[in-house]
Design a protein around this ligand. Structure first.
Ligand SMILES: Cc1cc2nc3c(=O)[nH]c(=O)nc-3n(C[C@H](O)[C@H](O)[C@H](O)COP(=O)(O)OP(=O)(O)OC[C@H]3O[C@@H](n4cnc5c(N)ncnc54)[C@H](O)[C@@H]3O)c2cc1C
Length: 437
């Protein structure tokens, strides 16, 4: 019987293989499994492709994770995150922790919130669904929070103004504060436990990659090939031609590689892809994230696991610190950082490294550039999928075609969405269940 061929061995691909009860072949382009959760070790310092913290809400995924590790091999960590703006650190989430900011900023945030939620000014937005992400921010947080944090931060993260994005991705990722939370936050009794990632799990050893390794160890019923990738796919003949010269016949195909990339491979196959679908795939956009792994001599200057940088004087939108989250991720007396830049077009790795040192200094995360031990920039080509105007119609067009061609997708880039590690596992499980039937 032909196997189920799964493209990409990140969490979505691994999860599909895990839950399948039929023979599978997993095809991975890189040298090992893990995708976005591959951990790099530089001079004894562990760097994930920026912070990768595990938060689980599905009982079956929790159970799966518990079977992968022995008790105690996963640690639970309470988030310590901050926003650095107006020269001060305030706890994250910003909306419920404005205490410590200049009084006029706190007042602007509070008044804007009250007007948005209760005032005449917010009435129009309250009476309809937000048409874009900016309207979502104004509707649920008001003008002050929009101006002082939400708009400038998100513009840096997404590289476009929030009015150019829909609110379709927001879901559980952006907390909507209550009046009590906002007022408590302004008075200094706010909570930093709000939001989906208030606490998270992390492997005691090996960085986040050990999640992928553990899943791989538990796989049965199939075969993994690394260092190989499709060069074309013929969806009518149900064959995948691989870069190592092999041709695989499949009973079903599951793709967790990027959606536009999949369409290109199908277009190169004998059965082809309609022009309209190829055009739609070209409209799907994502930002590139360049992150700079930095190690500095001495203990962490700040306690923060990560900080958000909404202001334009910083090039980076967020700086994370693996050593602050979990000390064994760095050698003793060494602080490590992951400084993130989101962009379209090119940002040279050398430029990113120079900017990273500037941003670390200006945000008071390090004392002196002389303490830097190394800087290494890395790139994530499709990091954040853009939910712009083209997104909905273009994705529907592609998905309609894939349905017709009998091809399944899973994962953050397979389904071209904003989602978490757990979502990737859930997507793999969902596809596997469909195929098991
Ligand atoms: C900057 C950043 C920070 C994040 N932080 C968190 C976090 O803190 N917590 C959280 O839960 N989630 C986080 N995420 C999301 C999380 O990384 C993803 O949801 C998840 O890892 C996606 O897994 P995946 O299998 O869908 O995709 P991927 O991990 O991208 O896996 C796809 C796999 O396909 C392979 N591949 C690609 N093209 C081909 C090809 N043509 N042929 C064969 N193989 C191919 C790749 O090498 C890769 O192994 C973050 C994401 C980013 C970008």
């Amino acid at each position: 019987m032909d196997p189920i061929v799964i493209l990409g061995a990140g969490l979505a691909g691994l999860s599909t293989a895990h839950f399948l009860q039929r023979p599978w072949r997993l095809i991975e382009r890189s040298d090992r499994v893990g995708g976005l959760i591959k951990t790099e070790v530089i001079d004894g310092c562990y760097f994930d492709p920026t912070g990768h913290w595990l938060h689980l809400r599905d009982p079956e995924v929790q159970e799966l994770v518990n079977t992968l590790w022995l008790p105690g091999e996963l640690v639970r960590i309470q988030r310590k995150a901050a926003v650095f703006s107006r020269g001060v650190f305030t706890r994250f989430p910003y909306q419920v922790n404005t205490h410590g900011l200049p009084a006029e900023v706190v007042a602007e945030n509070l008044v804007g919130y009250v007007e948005a939620i209760y005032g005449e000014k917010g009435r129009e937005l309250r009476e309809r669904d937000p048409r874009n992400f900016e309207e979502f921010i104004l509707r649920y947080m008001g003008e002050g929070f929009a101006r002082n944090f939400m708009v400038p931060y998100n513009q840096k993260l997404w590289t476009v103004h929030p009015r150019e994005l829909s609110a379709a991705w927001v879901g559980r990722f952006v907390p909507r504060p209550t009046l009590k939370e906002v007022v408590d936050g302004a008075l200094g009794s706010g909570s930093d436990a709000l939001g989906y990632n208030a606490s998270f799990l992390y492997p005691r050893e090996g960085g986040i990659e050990s999640l992928a390794r553990a899943m791989l160890r538990h796989l049965e019923g199939g075969e993994l090939s690394v260092h190989t990738e499709p060069v074309s796919i013929d969806w009518k003949a149900k064959t995948v031609a691989l870069s190592d010269g092999r041709s695989l016949r499949y009973a079903s195909l599951v793709s967790s590689i990027s959606l536009p990339g999949l369409v290109q491979l199908l277009a190169k196959g004998g059965a082809g892809v309609p022009e309209s679908v190829q055009a739609a795939a070209k409209q799907l956009r994502a930002t590139t994230v360049t992150y700079v792994c930095v190690a500095a001599r001495g203990a962490n200057r700040q306690p923060w696991h990560w900080i958000y940088l909404p202001e334009s004087e910083f090039h980076s939108y967020r700086i994370g610190s693996p050593s602050a989250v979990f000390a064994p991720l760095a050698p003793p007396d060494t602080a490590t950082f992951s400084v993130e830049y989101s962009h379209h077009g090119s940002l040279s790795l050398a430029d990113a490294e120079a900017k990273a040192v500037e941003d670390l200094l200006r945000s008071q995360m390090i004392h002196s550039a002389d303490d830097i031990l190394f800087t290494r920039a890395r790139e994530i080509p499709n990091a954040y999928v853009l939910y712009d105007d083209a997104y909905g119609p273009a994705k529907s067009e592609v998905v309609r075609f894939l349905d017709q061609a009998g091809i399944h997708t899973a994962g953050r880039y397979g389904q071209w969405e904003y989602s978490s590690m757990e979502d990737a596992i859930l997507a793999g499980r969902a596809v596997a269940r469909t195929l098991n039937r």
